[in-house]
Design a binder for this molecule. Sequence first.
Ligand code: MG
Length: 282
Amino acid sequence: MLDFQADDIGNALGIQEISSLPAGRANRFSMKTLLIDADDTLWENNIYFEQVRKEFLNWMEALGYPVPAVSELFDSIEKANIVRHGYGGENFISSLKETYLKSRSVSRVERLAAAAGILNPQLDPANTHKARALPPAEGLDRIEEMAQTVRAHPIELLDGVQESLKAISRKCRTILFTKGSFKEQDRKIQASGLSRYFNAIEIVREKDVAAFEEVIQRHHLAKPITWMVGNSPKSDVNPAVAAGLRAFYIPHAQTWEREREDLCAWEQVTILDRFSDLLRYL
Ligand SMILES: [Mg+2]
């Protein structure tokens, strides 16, 4: 937990709520609170997934599988696996492997190609033969090699995050609120060196309205002085607003397509160009 100084607390207080509190009574319940997303808000994340996905599709294409059909098959497998196993790199990697193994059934790829309106999936006999000539174990090993980019990439903080977060943590109560695999998120948090700037860390399976309400209750958050900060309309902004909070939306050009959604309740949302812009509002 961070040790807040009295002056810092005084600067950050919700004036109406605590102006009657005697000195020294200002406490964490009356401070502004920021729930802060991690992936693609504090550090790069989706670029590594996109890089591996592209590498996988190129590799599959070289084996004779048409990119649109494989891409569609992967999307459907990944979507189903997220429901079963949750978000994260390991789910992504096992979805690549499942896509590869299922693609070896040529009829499946042909059906998908037809469904996608691809008249000539270019599954000529030579390519089909090439794909089937590769032993599955070797194909899976190749996917494991690609997967290292997702598993072990360095943490690249977004511009201005470290300095801004340091300043913010002296003004506000801060809670890191991220979703995904505990193990994967914990690795990234530790590697980021940012955990010192948070009063609490919450890693959940899904950031939906119920998850926000649970965090609000568990940390006794006062809704009028609590904001969510994040890059995802679907997981950060919209559920936070639905739970009665306001939000700072910081779009990231490489946001995962599954996180895209129209913003609801624009009047509750402040859009920022970059993380450091938060300081102007605190
Ligand atoms: Mg995010």
